[in-house]
Design a protein around this ligand. Structure first.
Ligand code: F6P
Length: 575
Protein backbone atom coordinates (compact mmCIF):
# COMPACT_ATOMS: atom_id res chain seq x y z
CA UNK A 1 0.00 0.00 0.00
CA UNK A 2 1.33 3.43 -0.95
CA UNK A 3 0.61 5.87 1.82
CA UNK A 4 1.25 9.56 1.86
CA UNK A 5 3.32 10.64 4.90
CA UNK A 6 0.73 13.21 5.92
CA UNK A 7 -1.73 10.43 6.57
CA UNK A 8 0.62 8.56 8.92
CA UNK A 9 1.26 11.57 11.10
CA UNK A 10 -2.07 13.25 10.94
CA UNK A 11 -4.51 14.38 13.17
CA UNK A 12 -4.26 16.37 10.90
CA UNK A 13 -6.47 19.38 10.71
CA UNK A 14 -8.25 18.56 7.45
CA UNK A 15 -9.20 15.21 8.95
CA UNK A 16 -10.26 16.74 12.20
CA UNK A 17 -12.49 19.24 10.52
CA UNK A 18 -13.89 16.51 8.36
CA UNK A 19 -14.51 14.55 11.52
CA UNK A 20 -16.21 17.54 13.00
CA UNK A 21 -18.51 17.82 10.02
CA UNK A 22 -19.24 14.13 10.21
CA UNK A 23 -19.96 14.49 13.90
CA UNK A 24 -22.58 17.08 13.08
CA UNK A 25 -24.03 14.97 10.33
CA UNK A 26 -24.16 11.91 12.53
CA UNK A 27 -25.44 14.12 15.31
CA UNK A 28 -28.55 14.82 13.26
CA UNK A 29 -28.83 11.18 12.54
CA UNK A 30 -28.51 10.45 16.21
CA UNK A 31 -31.60 12.53 16.96
CA UNK A 32 -33.57 10.44 14.51
CA UNK A 33 -32.27 7.03 15.35
CA UNK A 34 -30.29 6.83 18.55
CA UNK A 35 -32.86 5.09 20.63
CA UNK A 36 -33.29 2.16 18.33
CA UNK A 37 -31.36 -1.05 18.39
CA UNK A 38 -30.21 -3.16 15.60
CA UNK A 39 -33.30 -5.18 14.92
CA UNK A 40 -32.77 -8.71 15.95
CA UNK A 41 -35.11 -10.94 13.99
CA UNK A 42 -33.30 -14.25 13.45
CA UNK A 43 -32.43 -13.51 9.83
CA UNK A 44 -30.85 -10.13 10.61
CA UNK A 45 -28.09 -11.77 12.64
CA UNK A 46 -25.37 -11.77 10.03
CA UNK A 47 -25.35 -7.97 9.85
CA UNK A 48 -24.49 -7.56 13.49
CA UNK A 49 -22.28 -10.52 13.99
CA UNK A 50 -18.67 -11.17 13.10
CA UNK A 51 -16.60 -14.27 13.56
CA UNK A 52 -12.91 -15.02 13.34
CA UNK A 53 -10.77 -17.99 14.43
CA UNK A 54 -12.92 -19.15 17.34
CA UNK A 55 -14.17 -15.71 18.38
CA UNK A 56 -17.72 -14.50 17.89
CA UNK A 57 -18.67 -10.85 18.21
CA UNK A 58 -22.36 -9.96 18.52
CA UNK A 59 -23.03 -6.24 18.42
CA UNK A 60 -26.77 -6.41 17.90
CA UNK A 61 -27.48 -4.64 21.17
CA UNK A 62 -25.72 -1.38 20.44
CA UNK A 63 -27.72 1.83 20.36
CA UNK A 64 -27.36 2.03 16.64
CA UNK A 65 -28.84 0.78 13.41
CA UNK A 66 -27.28 -0.77 10.34
CA UNK A 67 -27.23 2.72 8.87
CA UNK A 68 -25.15 3.97 11.79
CA UNK A 69 -22.49 1.43 11.09
CA UNK A 70 -22.45 2.39 7.42
CA UNK A 71 -21.88 5.97 8.46
CA UNK A 72 -19.11 4.90 10.82
CA UNK A 73 -17.45 3.07 7.91
CA UNK A 74 -17.64 6.34 5.98
CA UNK A 75 -16.07 8.14 8.90
CA UNK A 76 -13.30 5.54 8.98
CA UNK A 77 -12.67 6.09 5.28
CA UNK A 78 -12.67 9.85 5.74
CA UNK A 79 -10.00 9.74 8.44
CA UNK A 80 -7.95 7.20 6.44
CA UNK A 81 -8.23 4.47 9.03
CA UNK A 82 -6.92 1.78 6.69
CA UNK A 83 -3.87 3.85 5.84
CA UNK A 84 -3.19 4.65 9.49
CA UNK A 85 -3.28 0.95 10.35
CA UNK A 86 -0.86 0.40 7.50
CA UNK A 87 1.43 3.14 8.84
CA UNK A 88 1.55 1.38 12.19
CA UNK A 89 2.42 -2.03 10.70
CA UNK A 90 4.90 -0.34 8.38
CA UNK A 91 6.98 1.08 11.24
CA UNK A 92 6.27 4.75 10.56
CA UNK A 93 7.02 6.92 13.59
CA UNK A 94 3.35 7.48 14.37
CA UNK A 95 4.17 8.21 18.02
CA UNK A 96 5.29 11.61 16.84
CA UNK A 97 5.76 13.34 20.21
CA UNK A 98 8.34 10.71 21.15
CA UNK A 99 9.50 10.23 17.56
CA UNK A 100 8.96 6.47 17.75
CA UNK A 101 7.43 3.69 15.69
CA UNK A 102 4.68 1.62 17.25
CA UNK A 103 5.53 -1.97 16.49
CA UNK A 104 4.22 -4.24 19.23
CA UNK A 105 2.89 -6.38 16.37
CA UNK A 106 6.54 -7.28 15.57
CA UNK A 107 6.85 -8.87 19.03
CA UNK A 108 4.61 -11.72 17.97
CA UNK A 109 5.48 -11.95 14.30
CA UNK A 110 6.57 -15.28 12.83
CA UNK A 111 10.33 -15.85 12.73
CA UNK A 112 10.41 -15.41 8.96
CA UNK A 113 8.25 -12.25 8.88
CA UNK A 114 9.67 -8.91 7.79
CA UNK A 115 8.66 -5.80 9.75
CA UNK A 116 10.80 -2.75 9.24
CA UNK A 117 11.60 0.15 11.49
CA UNK A 118 13.81 2.79 9.87
CA UNK A 119 14.52 0.41 7.00
CA UNK A 120 15.72 -2.37 9.31
CA UNK A 121 13.85 -5.64 9.77
CA UNK A 122 13.27 -5.86 13.55
CA UNK A 123 11.96 -9.44 13.60
CA UNK A 124 15.42 -11.12 13.88
CA UNK A 125 16.17 -8.97 16.99
CA UNK A 126 12.83 -9.99 18.47
CA UNK A 127 13.61 -13.66 17.94
CA UNK A 128 17.13 -13.33 19.35
CA UNK A 129 15.61 -12.19 22.62
CA UNK A 130 12.90 -14.86 22.48
CA UNK A 131 15.56 -17.53 21.94
CA UNK A 132 17.56 -16.15 24.85
CA UNK A 133 14.46 -16.23 27.08
CA UNK A 134 13.72 -19.78 26.02
CA UNK A 135 17.24 -20.89 26.90
CA UNK A 136 17.38 -19.03 30.21
CA UNK A 137 13.90 -20.04 31.38
CA UNK A 138 14.63 -23.69 30.56
CA UNK A 139 17.83 -23.53 32.60
CA UNK A 140 16.01 -22.07 35.59
CA UNK A 141 13.13 -24.50 35.25
CA UNK A 142 15.29 -27.62 34.87
CA UNK A 143 17.61 -26.60 37.70
CA UNK A 144 20.77 -26.02 35.71
CA UNK A 145 20.67 -22.34 36.76
CA UNK A 146 20.63 -22.39 40.54
CA UNK A 147 20.83 -19.83 43.32
CA UNK A 148 23.93 -18.83 45.30
CA UNK A 149 23.56 -21.77 47.71
CA UNK A 150 22.97 -24.30 44.93
CA UNK A 151 19.21 -24.54 45.38
CA UNK A 152 16.83 -24.42 42.38
CA UNK A 153 14.99 -21.13 41.91
CA UNK A 154 11.34 -22.14 42.07
CA UNK A 155 9.93 -18.71 42.91
CA UNK A 156 9.95 -15.61 40.78
CA UNK A 157 9.12 -12.08 41.88
CA UNK A 158 8.63 -9.76 38.92
CA UNK A 159 9.09 -6.12 39.94
CA UNK A 160 7.48 -3.55 37.65
CA UNK A 161 4.59 -1.13 37.45
CA UNK A 162 2.05 0.04 34.85
CA UNK A 163 2.76 -1.62 31.53
CA UNK A 164 5.62 -3.51 33.10
CA UNK A 165 3.13 -5.22 35.42
CA UNK A 166 -0.53 -5.18 34.42
CA UNK A 167 -0.30 -7.15 31.17
CA UNK A 168 1.88 -9.94 32.57
CA UNK A 169 -0.37 -10.12 35.66
CA UNK A 170 -3.49 -10.46 33.49
CA UNK A 171 -1.94 -13.24 31.40
CA UNK A 172 -0.56 -15.05 34.47
CA UNK A 173 -3.98 -15.00 36.10
CA UNK A 174 -5.61 -16.25 32.95
CA UNK A 175 -3.12 -19.13 32.49
CA UNK A 176 -3.08 -20.19 36.12
CA UNK A 177 -6.15 -22.39 35.83
CA UNK A 178 -5.70 -23.52 32.23
CA UNK A 179 -5.21 -27.28 32.48
CA UNK A 180 -2.34 -27.38 29.99
CA UNK A 181 -0.43 -24.32 31.22
CA UNK A 182 -0.88 -25.16 34.89
CA UNK A 183 0.73 -28.60 34.39
CA UNK A 184 3.97 -26.82 33.49
CA UNK A 185 3.76 -24.53 36.52
CA UNK A 186 3.70 -27.25 39.15
CA UNK A 187 5.91 -26.46 42.13
CA UNK A 188 6.59 -22.94 40.90
CA UNK A 189 5.32 -19.52 42.03
CA UNK A 190 5.17 -16.23 40.18
CA UNK A 191 4.44 -13.03 42.12
CA UNK A 192 4.27 -9.40 41.04
CA UNK A 193 5.61 -6.51 43.10
CA UNK A 194 4.33 -3.18 41.74
CA UNK A 195 3.40 -0.71 44.43
CA UNK A 196 6.13 1.26 46.17
CA UNK A 197 4.08 0.80 49.31
CA UNK A 198 6.29 -1.34 51.57
CA UNK A 199 3.23 -3.43 52.33
CA UNK A 200 3.51 -4.78 48.78
CA UNK A 201 7.12 -5.79 49.48
CA UNK A 202 6.04 -7.55 52.67
CA UNK A 203 3.22 -9.38 50.93
CA UNK A 204 5.32 -10.48 48.00
CA UNK A 205 8.25 -11.75 50.03
CA UNK A 206 6.07 -13.39 52.68
CA UNK A 207 6.84 -17.08 52.95
CA UNK A 208 9.63 -16.91 50.37
CA UNK A 209 13.32 -17.43 50.96
CA UNK A 210 15.85 -15.47 48.90
CA UNK A 211 17.70 -18.78 48.47
CA UNK A 212 15.02 -20.11 46.10
CA UNK A 213 13.85 -16.81 44.62
CA UNK A 214 14.72 -15.17 41.33
CA UNK A 215 13.89 -11.46 41.05
CA UNK A 216 13.12 -10.07 37.60
CA UNK A 217 13.33 -6.27 37.49
CA UNK A 218 11.08 -5.10 34.64
CA UNK A 219 11.29 -1.49 33.55
CA UNK A 220 11.40 -0.02 30.08
CA UNK A 221 13.26 3.07 31.24
CA UNK A 222 14.92 1.60 34.35
CA UNK A 223 14.28 4.94 36.03
CA UNK A 224 10.72 4.50 37.34
CA UNK A 225 10.87 5.53 40.99
CA UNK A 226 8.60 2.81 42.35
CA UNK A 227 10.34 0.01 40.49
CA UNK A 228 13.85 1.18 41.31
CA UNK A 229 13.14 1.49 45.03
CA UNK A 230 11.48 -1.93 45.06
CA UNK A 231 14.44 -3.36 43.13
CA UNK A 232 16.89 -1.86 45.67
CA UNK A 233 14.76 -3.22 48.50
CA UNK A 234 14.78 -6.77 47.13
CA UNK A 235 18.49 -6.50 46.34
CA UNK A 236 18.98 -5.69 50.02
CA UNK A 237 16.64 -8.56 50.99
CA UNK A 238 18.79 -10.98 48.99
CA UNK A 239 22.15 -9.66 50.13
CA UNK A 240 21.15 -9.50 53.79
CA UNK A 241 20.58 -13.24 53.73
CA UNK A 242 23.02 -14.46 51.08
CA UNK A 243 25.65 -11.73 50.76
CA UNK A 244 26.04 -9.15 47.97
CA UNK A 245 27.65 -11.58 45.50
CA UNK A 246 24.39 -13.59 45.42
CA UNK A 247 22.70 -10.79 43.48
CA UNK A 248 24.28 -12.03 40.23
CA UNK A 249 22.45 -15.35 40.52
CA UNK A 250 19.21 -14.02 41.94
CA UNK A 251 18.47 -10.88 39.92
CA UNK A 252 17.90 -10.42 36.19
CA UNK A 253 16.35 -7.54 34.27
CA UNK A 254 14.10 -6.64 31.35
CA UNK A 255 14.65 -3.18 29.90
CA UNK A 256 15.39 -1.02 26.90
CA UNK A 257 18.07 0.73 28.97
CA UNK A 258 20.83 -1.83 29.33
CA UNK A 259 23.33 0.78 30.52
CA UNK A 260 21.27 1.52 33.63
CA UNK A 261 20.72 -2.21 34.17
CA UNK A 262 24.50 -2.66 34.39
CA UNK A 263 24.88 0.38 36.61
CA UNK A 264 22.33 -1.12 38.98
CA UNK A 265 24.57 -4.17 39.32
CA UNK A 266 22.84 -6.70 37.10
CA UNK A 267 25.10 -8.50 34.64
CA UNK A 268 24.09 -7.34 31.11
CA UNK A 269 24.27 -11.00 30.06
CA UNK A 270 21.33 -11.54 32.34
CA UNK A 271 19.35 -8.67 30.86
CA UNK A 272 16.61 -9.17 28.28
CA UNK A 273 16.19 -6.31 25.88
CA UNK A 274 13.28 -4.70 24.15
CA UNK A 275 13.06 -1.56 22.08
CA UNK A 276 11.74 2.00 22.16
CA UNK A 277 9.16 1.06 19.50
CA UNK A 278 7.35 -0.99 22.18
CA UNK A 279 5.10 1.19 24.32
CA UNK A 280 5.03 0.20 28.01
CA UNK A 281 1.33 -0.69 27.98
CA UNK A 282 1.82 -2.64 24.73
CA UNK A 283 4.82 -4.58 26.03
CA UNK A 284 3.30 -7.77 27.43
CA UNK A 285 4.42 -9.68 24.29
CA UNK A 286 8.03 -8.49 24.75
CA UNK A 287 10.44 -9.84 27.37
CA UNK A 288 8.33 -7.83 29.86
CA UNK A 289 5.71 -10.59 29.80
CA UNK A 290 7.50 -13.38 27.99
CA UNK A 291 10.31 -13.77 30.55
CA UNK A 292 8.29 -14.07 33.77
CA UNK A 293 5.59 -16.13 32.05
CA UNK A 294 8.15 -18.49 30.48
CA UNK A 295 9.79 -18.97 33.86
CA UNK A 296 6.41 -19.97 35.26
CA UNK A 297 4.82 -21.92 32.39
CA UNK A 298 7.65 -22.73 29.99
CA UNK A 299 8.35 -21.05 26.70
CA UNK A 300 6.11 -23.35 24.63
CA UNK A 301 2.98 -22.11 26.42
CA UNK A 302 4.01 -18.48 25.97
CA UNK A 303 4.71 -19.09 22.29
CA UNK A 304 1.07 -20.15 21.88
CA UNK A 305 0.00 -16.90 23.51
CA UNK A 306 2.15 -14.95 21.02
CA UNK A 307 0.65 -16.92 18.13
CA UNK A 308 -2.85 -16.01 19.28
CA UNK A 309 -1.96 -12.32 19.32
CA UNK A 310 -0.37 -12.68 15.90
CA UNK A 311 -3.52 -14.25 14.45
CA UNK A 312 -5.42 -11.10 15.39
CA UNK A 313 -2.65 -8.86 14.01
CA UNK A 314 -3.11 -10.52 10.64
CA UNK A 315 -6.88 -10.28 10.83
CA UNK A 316 -6.69 -6.61 11.87
CA UNK A 317 -4.34 -5.65 9.06
CA UNK A 318 -6.16 -7.52 6.31
CA UNK A 319 -9.89 -8.05 7.00
CA UNK A 320 -12.45 -5.66 5.57
CA UNK A 321 -14.01 -3.25 8.05
CA UNK A 322 -17.28 -5.23 8.00
CA UNK A 323 -15.53 -8.36 9.26
CA UNK A 324 -12.72 -6.79 11.25
CA UNK A 325 -13.39 -7.37 14.97
CA UNK A 326 -11.01 -4.68 16.38
CA UNK A 327 -12.23 -2.17 13.80
CA UNK A 328 -15.89 -2.86 14.56
CA UNK A 329 -15.26 -2.60 18.28
CA UNK A 330 -13.28 0.62 17.87
CA UNK A 331 -15.93 2.24 15.69
CA UNK A 332 -18.71 1.30 18.09
CA UNK A 333 -16.73 2.71 21.01
CA UNK A 334 -16.28 5.99 19.12
CA UNK A 335 -20.02 5.99 18.47
CA UNK A 336 -20.77 5.49 22.15
CA UNK A 337 -18.31 8.10 23.41
CA UNK A 338 -18.40 10.83 20.80
CA UNK A 339 -21.90 10.59 19.38
CA UNK A 340 -24.02 9.26 22.20
CA UNK A 341 -21.92 10.92 24.91
CA UNK A 342 -21.46 7.87 27.14
CA UNK A 343 -18.21 8.47 29.03
CA UNK A 344 -17.63 4.99 30.49
CA UNK A 345 -17.31 1.38 29.39
CA UNK A 346 -17.66 -1.73 31.54
CA UNK A 347 -15.53 -4.77 30.72
CA UNK A 348 -17.31 -7.81 32.11
CA UNK A 349 -15.63 -11.15 31.57
CA UNK A 350 -17.71 -14.16 32.58
CA UNK A 351 -14.54 -15.97 33.57
CA UNK A 352 -12.70 -15.69 36.84
CA UNK A 353 -9.49 -16.39 34.91
CA UNK A 354 -9.94 -12.99 33.25
CA UNK A 355 -10.06 -11.27 36.62
CA UNK A 356 -7.16 -8.96 35.76
CA UNK A 357 -8.24 -8.22 32.19
CA UNK A 358 -10.18 -5.04 32.97
CA UNK A 359 -7.33 -3.50 35.03
CA UNK A 360 -4.93 -4.17 32.16
CA UNK A 361 -7.24 -2.72 29.53
CA UNK A 362 -7.85 0.24 31.82
CA UNK A 363 -4.20 1.22 31.31
CA UNK A 364 -4.09 0.28 27.62
CA UNK A 365 -7.17 2.32 26.90
CA UNK A 366 -7.04 5.23 29.34
CA UNK A 367 -3.32 5.95 29.06
CA UNK A 368 -3.60 5.73 25.27
CA UNK A 369 -6.75 7.67 24.55
CA UNK A 370 -7.19 10.02 27.48
CA UNK A 371 -5.91 13.02 25.53
CA UNK A 372 -6.92 16.67 25.19
CA UNK A 373 -5.23 17.61 21.92
CA UNK A 374 -4.97 16.19 18.42
CA UNK A 375 -1.78 14.54 17.23
CA UNK A 376 -0.57 17.92 16.00
CA UNK A 377 -1.33 19.69 19.25
CA UNK A 378 -4.68 21.32 18.50
CA UNK A 379 -7.19 21.27 21.41
CA UNK A 380 -9.90 18.77 20.59
CA UNK A 381 -13.47 19.95 20.10
CA UNK A 382 -14.73 16.64 21.54
CA UNK A 383 -13.90 14.22 24.35
CA UNK A 384 -11.72 11.19 23.71
CA UNK A 385 -11.15 8.00 25.65
CA UNK A 386 -13.55 6.42 28.06
CA UNK A 387 -13.55 5.48 31.73
CA UNK A 388 -12.89 1.76 31.70
CA UNK A 389 -13.71 -0.43 34.63
CA UNK A 390 -14.84 -3.97 35.19
CA UNK A 391 -15.05 -7.09 37.25
CA UNK A 392 -15.71 -10.67 36.39
CA UNK A 393 -19.35 -11.61 36.14
CA UNK A 394 -21.14 -12.65 38.27
CA UNK A 395 -19.31 -10.74 41.00
CA UNK A 396 -20.05 -7.45 39.27
CA UNK A 397 -23.76 -8.30 39.19
CA UNK A 398 -23.82 -8.22 42.97
CA UNK A 399 -21.95 -4.94 43.04
CA UNK A 400 -22.29 -2.18 40.43
CA UNK A 401 -24.80 -3.65 37.94
CA UNK A 402 -27.65 -1.88 39.75
CA UNK A 403 -26.33 1.41 38.37
CA UNK A 404 -25.89 -0.08 34.90
CA UNK A 405 -29.47 -1.43 34.82
CA UNK A 406 -31.39 1.45 36.34
CA UNK A 407 -28.96 4.33 36.79
CA UNK A 408 -26.50 5.65 34.23
CA UNK A 409 -26.14 4.23 30.77
CA UNK A 410 -22.80 2.44 30.48
CA UNK A 411 -21.98 0.47 27.34
CA UNK A 412 -20.92 -3.01 28.42
CA UNK A 413 -18.59 -5.61 26.92
CA UNK A 414 -19.73 -9.09 27.94
CA UNK A 415 -16.96 -11.63 27.42
CA UNK A 416 -17.86 -15.32 27.69
CA UNK A 417 -16.09 -18.62 27.13
CA UNK A 418 -17.69 -21.75 25.62
CA UNK A 419 -15.53 -24.34 27.39
CA UNK A 420 -14.61 -23.71 31.01
CA UNK A 421 -10.98 -24.13 32.05
CA UNK A 422 -12.23 -25.99 35.13
CA UNK A 423 -15.55 -27.73 34.45
CA UNK A 424 -17.57 -28.98 37.40
CA UNK A 425 -20.92 -30.76 37.37
CA UNK A 426 -22.57 -31.42 40.65
CA UNK A 427 -24.74 -34.49 40.36
CA UNK A 428 -28.42 -33.67 40.58
CA UNK A 429 -27.99 -29.97 39.79
CA UNK A 430 -30.05 -28.57 36.90
CA UNK A 431 -26.99 -27.44 34.98
CA UNK A 432 -23.25 -27.72 35.35
CA UNK A 433 -21.43 -24.87 37.12
CA UNK A 434 -20.15 -23.25 33.94
CA UNK A 435 -23.67 -23.29 32.43
CA UNK A 436 -24.86 -21.57 35.58
CA UNK A 437 -22.27 -18.83 35.05
CA UNK A 438 -23.07 -18.56 31.36
CA UNK A 439 -26.82 -18.29 32.03
CA UNK A 440 -25.94 -14.88 33.41
CA UNK A 441 -23.71 -14.04 30.45
CA UNK A 442 -26.64 -14.60 28.08
CA UNK A 443 -29.28 -13.02 30.31
CA UNK A 444 -27.64 -9.73 31.24
CA UNK A 445 -27.39 -8.24 27.72
CA UNK A 446 -31.11 -8.84 27.17
CA UNK A 447 -32.02 -7.40 30.55
CA UNK A 448 -30.12 -4.25 29.56
CA UNK A 449 -31.49 -4.14 26.03
CA UNK A 450 -35.14 -4.96 26.53
CA UNK A 451 -35.72 -3.94 30.15
CA UNK A 452 -39.08 -4.42 31.79
CA UNK A 453 -42.07 -2.16 31.31
CA UNK A 454 -44.67 -0.95 33.79
CA UNK A 455 -47.24 -2.88 31.78
CA UNK A 456 -45.37 -6.14 32.21
CA UNK A 457 -45.14 -5.48 35.93
CA UNK A 458 -48.87 -4.75 36.13
CA UNK A 459 -49.58 -8.04 34.40
CA UNK A 460 -47.51 -9.70 37.09
CA UNK A 461 -49.68 -8.03 39.74
CA UNK A 462 -46.81 -6.02 41.20
CA UNK A 463 -48.02 -3.54 43.80
CA UNK A 464 -48.61 -0.14 42.21
CA UNK A 465 -46.19 1.79 44.44
CA UNK A 466 -43.36 -0.59 43.55
CA UNK A 467 -43.81 -0.38 39.80
CA UNK A 468 -41.51 2.65 39.23
CA UNK A 469 -38.79 0.97 41.32
CA UNK A 470 -39.07 -2.32 39.44
CA UNK A 471 -39.20 -0.86 35.95
CA UNK A 472 -36.18 -1.27 33.69
CA UNK A 473 -35.92 1.26 30.90
CA UNK A 474 -34.02 -1.10 28.58
CA UNK A 475 -32.32 0.29 25.49
CA UNK A 476 -28.95 0.05 27.22
CA UNK A 477 -26.10 -0.86 24.89
CA UNK A 478 -23.83 -3.84 25.19
CA UNK A 479 -21.90 -6.22 22.99
CA UNK A 480 -20.98 -9.84 23.51
CA UNK A 481 -17.72 -11.60 22.72
CA UNK A 482 -17.78 -15.39 22.88
CA UNK A 483 -14.45 -17.25 22.93
CA UNK A 484 -14.41 -20.96 22.08
CA UNK A 485 -12.06 -21.64 25.01
CA UNK A 486 -9.57 -19.84 27.23
CA UNK A 487 -6.14 -21.25 26.51
CA UNK A 488 -2.86 -19.41 25.89
CA UNK A 489 -3.73 -18.85 22.22
CA UNK A 490 -7.15 -17.35 22.97
CA UNK A 491 -5.70 -15.14 25.71
CA UNK A 492 -3.27 -13.73 23.14
CA UNK A 493 -6.13 -13.11 20.75
CA UNK A 494 -8.20 -11.31 23.34
CA UNK A 495 -5.29 -9.08 24.27
CA UNK A 496 -4.58 -8.11 20.65
CA UNK A 497 -8.26 -7.42 19.92
CA UNK A 498 -8.39 -4.84 22.70
CA UNK A 499 -4.98 -3.33 21.89
CA UNK A 500 -6.06 -2.76 18.28
CA UNK A 501 -9.50 -1.54 19.25
CA UNK A 502 -7.87 1.21 21.30
CA UNK A 503 -5.63 2.12 18.34
CA UNK A 504 -8.66 2.31 16.04
CA UNK A 505 -10.37 4.72 18.42
CA UNK A 506 -7.25 6.90 18.57
CA UNK A 507 -6.86 6.88 14.78
CA UNK A 508 -10.47 7.98 14.35
CA UNK A 509 -10.13 10.70 16.96
CA UNK A 510 -6.89 11.89 15.34
CA UNK A 511 -4.87 11.73 18.55
CA UNK A 512 -1.54 10.17 19.48
CA UNK A 513 -2.56 7.01 21.36
CA UNK A 514 1.03 6.04 22.02
CA UNK A 515 2.43 8.76 24.28
CA UNK A 516 1.53 9.45 27.94
CA UNK A 517 2.60 12.97 28.88
CA UNK A 518 -0.25 13.17 31.38
CA UNK A 519 1.64 11.04 33.87
CA UNK A 520 4.63 13.39 34.10
CA UNK A 521 3.43 16.33 36.20
CA UNK A 522 2.51 14.24 39.23
CA UNK A 523 5.87 12.47 39.02
CA UNK A 524 7.85 15.74 39.09
CA UNK A 525 5.81 17.18 41.96
CA UNK A 526 6.49 13.96 43.89
CA UNK A 527 10.20 14.57 43.35
CA UNK A 528 9.88 17.97 45.09
CA UNK A 529 8.00 16.38 47.99
CA UNK A 530 10.61 13.62 48.26
CA UNK A 531 13.39 16.24 48.55
CA UNK A 532 11.44 18.07 51.24
CA UNK A 533 10.83 14.87 53.23
CA UNK A 534 14.54 14.13 53.15
CA UNK A 535 15.53 17.67 54.17
CA UNK A 536 13.00 17.75 57.00
CA UNK A 537 13.82 14.31 58.35
CA UNK A 538 17.61 14.55 58.13
CA UNK A 539 18.24 18.27 58.72
CA UNK A 540 15.04 19.33 60.44
CA UNK A 541 14.25 21.84 57.70
CA UNK A 542 10.70 23.29 57.76
CA UNK A 543 8.32 22.63 54.88
CA UNK A 544 8.76 25.37 52.30
CA UNK A 545 7.76 26.20 48.74
CA UNK A 546 4.38 24.48 48.69
CA UNK A 547 0.88 25.92 48.74
CA UNK A 548 -0.93 26.33 52.06
CA UNK A 549 -2.85 23.05 51.94
CA UNK A 550 0.15 20.94 51.04
CA UNK A 551 2.37 22.69 53.59
CA UNK A 552 -0.16 22.06 56.37
CA UNK A 553 -0.80 18.41 55.63
CA UNK A 554 2.87 17.65 54.92
CA UNK A 555 3.95 19.25 58.20
CA UNK A 556 1.35 17.20 60.05
CA UNK A 557 2.60 14.03 58.36
CA UNK A 558 6.21 14.80 59.33
CA UNK A 559 5.28 15.60 62.92
CA UNK A 560 3.31 12.40 63.40
CA UNK A 561 5.95 10.14 61.87
CA UNK A 562 9.06 11.70 63.40
CA UNK A 563 10.12 8.39 64.99
CA UNK A 564 10.40 6.63 61.64
CA UNK A 565 14.18 6.75 61.28
CA UNK A 566 14.67 5.58 64.82
CA UNK A 567 13.21 2.11 64.24
CA UNK A 568 16.14 -0.25 63.49
CA UNK A 569 13.77 -3.09 62.60
CA UNK A 570 12.89 -1.42 59.33
CA UNK A 571 16.52 -1.09 58.19
CA UNK A 572 17.81 -3.23 55.35
CA UNK A 573 21.50 -3.09 54.34
CA UNK A 574 22.37 -0.80 51.48
CA UNK A 575 24.70 -2.29 48.85
O1 F6P B 1 3.00 5.58 34.36
C1 F6P B 1 3.72 5.92 33.26
C2 F6P B 1 4.55 4.80 32.71
O2 F6P B 1 5.51 5.39 31.94
C3 F6P B 1 3.77 3.77 31.92
O3 F6P B 1 3.47 4.18 30.65
C4 F6P B 1 4.67 2.61 32.00
O4 F6P B 1 4.03 1.43 31.63
C5 F6P B 1 5.07 2.65 33.44
O5 F6P B 1 5.20 4.04 33.72
C6 F6P B 1 6.31 1.92 33.81
O6 F6P B 1 7.44 2.40 33.14
P1 F6P B 1 8.79 1.59 33.08
O7 F6P B 1 8.54 0.30 32.37
O8 F6P B 1 9.74 2.47 32.33
O9 F6P B 1 9.25 1.35 34.48
Amino acid sequence: MQVNDDVCFSSSFPYLSHFDITVKRLGNYQRIGARRFFFSPPNAGSIVHSEFDGIVLDYSRQQATVDTVDKLYNLAEAVHLKEKIHCMFNGERINSTENRSVLHVALRAARNAVINSDGKNVVPDVWNVLDKIKEFSEKVRNGSWVGATGKPLTNVIAIGIGGSFLGPLFVHNALQTDSEASKYAEGRQLRFLANVDPIDVARNTAGLSPETTLVVVVSKTFTTAETMLNACTLRAWISKELGPSAVAKHMVAVSTNLMLVEKFGIDPNNAFAFWDWVGGRYSVCSAVGVLPLSLQYGFSVVEKFLKGASSIDQHFSSASFEKNIPVLLGLLSVWNVSFLGYPARAILPYSQALEKFAPHIQQVSMESNGKGVSIDGVPLPFETGEIDFGEPGTNGQHSFYQLIHQGRVIPCDFIGVVKSQQPVYLEGEVVNNHDELMSNFFAQPDALAYGKTAEQLQNENVQQHLIPHKTFSGNRPSLSILLSSLDAYKIGQLLAIYEHRVAVQGFIWGINSFDQWGVELGKSLATQVRKQLNASRTKGEPVEGFNFSTTTILTRYLEESSDVLANPQTLLPRI
